[in-house]
Structure formats: structure tokens, C-alpha cells
Ligand binder design. Structure first.
Ligand code: ADP
Length: 216
């Protein structure tokens, strides 16, 4: 279609819209607040951090489920859907770990801009990497949730058998065993899963979302 033809189609649409449906041609774009109004929620990133087996994914998926039950749209970003796809080219060297988290932060930023309640579940052991994402997103969009579970309990749970392998020396640089975990200094929420049920943990996250005006 030539630009002239496009112009005349536009002219037809304008004329027809004006006459029949009150549809008017608008050159602007749909902005974030319009998307949020459509979804009846605010976009945000809940950034779960904690040791492997601390409960990040279990809580994130429980929150997603609870939100879906209230007709609210959430999406869980976790190791499986990121490491197997977008970040399939990355390993576990220091540089690759940093790049892994950086890319996740960028994806989370887009999701928040789309208006989604984005639940990101990664060990993300280094404070500097998390702080970079906080700076990228801005404080209002980045809510850090420290899933604080003692190492001994994580190791006892060992839902994927990773601690056993790490202790046997089969996984190098495993957080909590042979690599450090830097706990958040001032997270928006700290959940002690040793002292609460999964449902209670999820409720704390829902309360946080409500208190920050992301859901109502
Ligand atoms: P992570 O995503 O942090 O690696 P997972 O969610 O995969 O951890 O595993 C946490 C394990 O701990 C699951 O088997 C879960 O059922 C169990 N668990 C027990 N109590 C809790 C709790 N209060 N909150 C979250 N998980 C819990």
C-alpha cells in the first residue's frame, strides 16, 4: 500500500468513525496508566531473594494463585522459565551470574511497565546486583522480599537435592555452602518461613501489595 493509499484509508476510517461510532483517530499511544486501568491493578516487581530451598518459588506461585483468584494478573519469573530460555547461554561464573540477574531485571522492568504484578524468584545472592535492579526500577516499582530461612532448614528441606550434591562437592560455588549470601539490609518485607505456613507467607506479600497501593 502506498502512503497515499494509507492516507485515504485513514481518511475513510476517520469519516466513518466520526459518523457511526464516535471512534476518533488518535496518534498517541497507550501508556502505562491506561494499561493499569485496564488491568485494575498497578505494575510492580516483587523481588524474592533468599537461599535455595528458602521458599521463594513456593510463596511466589501461591501469591500468583491468590491473585488470579481475585482476577489480578501476576507472572512468576523463575529459574526454569529464564535459565532454559532467555538465559540459556549463561553459566554460573561470577560474570554470568551478574548478567543473569541484569537480564532478569530488564525483563521485570518491562513486565512492570506492562502493568503486571511480577514475582521474581531467584537466589540473587549479591547485594550490589539487587541494588542495581532497585536503581533501574525505582523504589516504588521494586519491592524486595527477603525469604529468611535458616540454612539448616533449607538443607533439611533440600527440595531439589541440590544441597546434598553441593556438600558432595558436585556443585561448585553453591550459595550457602561454598559461596556467600549477602542478606538484604533494609528489605520491604522479611518472611521467616520457619515460623509460618506457606499461606501465611503469601498473605504477607498480598498485604505488602495492598499497603503499597498495587492492589485494592
Ligand atoms: P526456593 O524457590 O527458595 O529455592 P522452593 O520454594 O523451591 O524454594 O522450596 C521450598 C520448600 O520449602 C518447598 O518444598 C516448600 O513446600 C517448603 N516449605 C515449608 N514451609 C514453607 C513456608 N512457610 N514457606 C515456603 N516454603 C515452605
Amino acid at each position: 500500500m502506498t502512503s497515499q493509499e494509507r492516507g485515504s484509508v485513514r481518511g475513510l476510517l476517520l469519516a466513518k468513525g466520526d459518523e457511526d461510532n464516535n471512534i476518533v483517530w488518535h496518534e498517541g499511544h497507550v501508556d502505562r496508566s491506561r494499561r493499569e486501568a485496564l488491568l485494575d491493578q498497578k505494575g510492580v516487581v516483587i523481588w524474592f531473594t533468599g537461599l535455595s530451598g528458602s521458599g521463594k518459588s513456593t510463596i511466589a506461585f501461591t501469591v500468583e494463585h491468590a491473585l488470579a483468584a481475585r482476577s489480578r494478573l501476576a507472572y512468576v519469573l523463575d529459574g526454569d522459565n529464564i535459565r532454559h530460555g532467555l538465559n540459556a547461554d549463561l553459566g554460573f561464573t561470577a560474570g554470568d551470574r551478574e548478567e543473569n540477574i541484569r537480564r532478569i531485571g530488564e525483563v521485570a522492568r518491562l513486565f512492570a511497565d506492562a502493568g503486571f504484578i511480577t514475582l521474581s524468584s531467584f537466589v540473587s545472592p549479591y547485594k550490589a546486583d539487587r541494588d542495581n535492579i532497585r536503581a533501574l526500577l525505582g523504589s516504588g516499582d521494586f519491592l524486595e522480599v527477603f525469604v529468611n530461612t535458616p540454612l539448616e532448614l533449607c538443607e533439611q528441606r533440600d527440595p531439589k537435592g541440590l544441597y546434598k550434591k553441593a556438600r558432595a562437592g558436585q556443585i561448585p560455588n553453591f550459595t550457602g555452602v561454598s559461596d556467600r549470601y549477602e542478606a538484604p539490609v533494609d528489605p520491604e518485607l522479611e518472611i521467616h518461613t520457619a515460623d509460618c505456613t506457606v499461606a501465611q507467607a503469601a498473605q504477607q506479600v498480598l498485604d505488602l501489595l495492598a499497603s503499597r497501593g498495587k492492589i485494592w
